[in-house]
Design a protein around this ligand. Structure first.
Ligand code: GDP
Length: 502
């Protein structure tokens, strides 16, 4: 019997840019955010009362039609840093506000460095040009000293002159944001798995804990069960920045979520979890029916009633563990039964290997390093530990195993897999990805696919490989190397590379 294969194709759509405003204190960030919001207020909903939910979205009527832009409504660097510290990348574009009468100041430099480190493009807004002390030329040359070269000084940075107070130049700034966003080709898959990032979160005496999130992928809907670093929730209501309830939120949309059990952390990722909601006291991320507690019985007397495939799952984070477990529960086969004996966050340990051995299970390790001593033990006990970097890859293997057949579809044979662990710039300005090969090998001219947050984001060919400063033709599992690819790509740490024959 042939089963329909899970579709891997991802239909991404252009999504609005998410913008953070940064700059030195008193240079006009809050004023600018307020002015932009107000420009839009008149045009938007009548009767809606604006409420601060940590971010807002405007609709900017440019010459070629209407464009949405999302602004993170917490000026300053704290929110940006908090999100970066958790590895969440929510900002697509930084608007750097510099007061024309005050010039580049320590926090301006800090903002430039934040944006550079996060590889987020920067757009300069020279503010307060209405003041008599405004010296635009000086600001530009000060910026040049910080490596932000504006166009007339031979660089590529765009600077827009504004007065937030007098509402001048605001449309130019918004138009420039739209233009830059178009160049960045920001995409997401509204039908794909949900991921969102918390941009604000607090307890509310009426609504309970509330969290404002920006949707990164998928669609956030009322009724969904969510999980964010162990904090669970069921979406009771979604409220937009106009105080109105909405049924769903698409990528790049900021929205306040009512229904979390506790206030999730700023910058934490939010996923959909398919399991039913536990009641408040249970802090576990999995339902009781999702997994079995380890008991002595498990080791002594494994009970396998039906032909089944038994697995122990270990993952690097609660988010990925939940995603894996809930997806696995959706796979059904009439030939075998999948049993998740144990699922937990953290490295594969002795008790996992012993449980797997006793129950004839395999250990599925997601984005984790397995300590060599555990590898050895698994080998001795004849327990298979399988490593995965992508959820779809894990799900496909389980599906195939459950259906007891290998698909006869023509599939490209994966020759290697690797993860980006560092980033460098070549003398020619190309991005070099420092990668660790986790499986197979990588060779010159191989075809490469790049996945980020489980979605394919780029495809190309291996152009150069450097290992210990030497140009080489091939690197094998376990080694690290520097790669450039064609067409060039802005790699990020944790990107996953999948290698097929060129
Ligand atoms: P933030 O600390 O960067 O958020 O700065 P604020 O938005 O709070 O602005 C600091 C001060 O600068 C306030 O008194 C604003 O009214 C003033 N301000 C902001 N933008 C302008 C402007 O374009 N022109 C003038 N003259 N003052 C401005």
């Amino acid at each position: 019997m042939k089963k329909k294969k899970a579709s891997k194709s991802i239909k991404t759509e252009i999504r609005p840019p998410i913008v953070t405003i940064m700059g030195h204190v008193d240079h006009g960030k809050t004023t600018l955010l307020d002015v932009i919001r107000k420009t839009n207020e008149a045009a938007k909903e009548e009767g809606g009362i604006t409420q601060k939910i940590g971010a807002y979205q405007i609709e900017f009527p440019s010459k070629e039609g209407s464009h949405k832009i999302t602004f993170i409504d917490t000026p300053g660097h704290e929110a940006f840093s908090a999100m970066r510290a958790r590895g969440a990348k929510v900002t697509d574009l930084v608007v750097l506000v510099v007061a024309a009468d005050d010039g580049v100041k320590p926090q301006t430099v800090e903002a430039i460095n934040h944006a550079k480190e996060a590889k987020v493009p920067l757009l300069v807004a020279i503010n307060k040009i209405d003041l008599p002390g405004a010296n635009i030329k000086k600001v530009k040359s000060q910026l040049a000293k910080e490596d932000v070269l504006v166009e007339e000084l031979g660089g590529e940075a765009v600077a827009v002159l504004i007065s937030a107070k007098q509402q001048k130049g605001i449309d130019d700034l918004l138009e420039m944001i739209v233009l830059l966003a178009e160049m960045l080709e920001l995409r997401a898959d509204p039908q794909g798995p949900l991921s969102a990032v918390v941009v604000e979160s607090h307890p509310d005496s009426h609504k309970g804990p509330v969290a404002s999130v920006i949707v990164k992928n998928g669609t956030l809907k009322v009724g969904q069960t969510l999980s964010s670093e162990g904090v669970r929730g069921k979406v009771r209501a979604l409220i937009n920045e106009w105080g109105k309830q909405i049924p769903s939120a698409l990528p790049s949309t900021p929205v306040e979520v009512v229904g979390f059990q506790d206030a999730p952390a700023l910058g934490a990722e939010v996923y959909e979890s398919k399991g039913k909601m536990e009641h408040r006291e249970a802090p576990q991320i999995l339902q009781k029916e999702d997994y079995k507690e380890l008991t002595l019985q498990d080791f002594l007397e494994p009970k396998i009633e039906k032909p089944g495939i038994n697995v122990v799952i270990k993952a690097e984070s609660e988010g990925s563990l939940e995603a894996i477990v809930s997806s696995l529960k959706n796979i059904h086969s009439d030939q075998f039964e999948l049993k998740i004996l144990h699922a937990a966050v953290g490295e594969v340990n002795k008790s996992d290997v012993l449980l797997a051995k006793t129950a004839g299970a395999s250990v599925l390790s997601f984005r984790l390093k397995v300590p060599p001593v555990m590898e050895r033990m698994a080998k001795e006990e004849k327990v298979l530990i399988k490593h995965y970097l992508l959820i779809y890859e894990l799900l496909e293997e389980i599906e195939e195993a459950l259906w007891g057949e290998v698909t006869d579809e023509v599939q490209e044979k994966i020759l290697g897999r690797a993860e980006v662990v560092g980033l460098f710039q070549s003398s020619l300005g190309k991005t070099i990805a420092g990668v660790k090969v986790s499986e197979g090998r990588i060779a010159l001219n191989d075809k490469i696919k790049i996945y980020r947050d489980e979605a394919e984001v780029h495809a190309g060919k291996i152009k150069t490989i450097k290992h210990l400063k030497e140009e080489v033709r091939e690197v094998k599992k376990g080694l690290e190397c520097g790669l450039t690819i064609e067409p060039d790509f802005n790699f990020e740490k944790r990107d996953i590379l999948e290698i097929t024959r060129g």
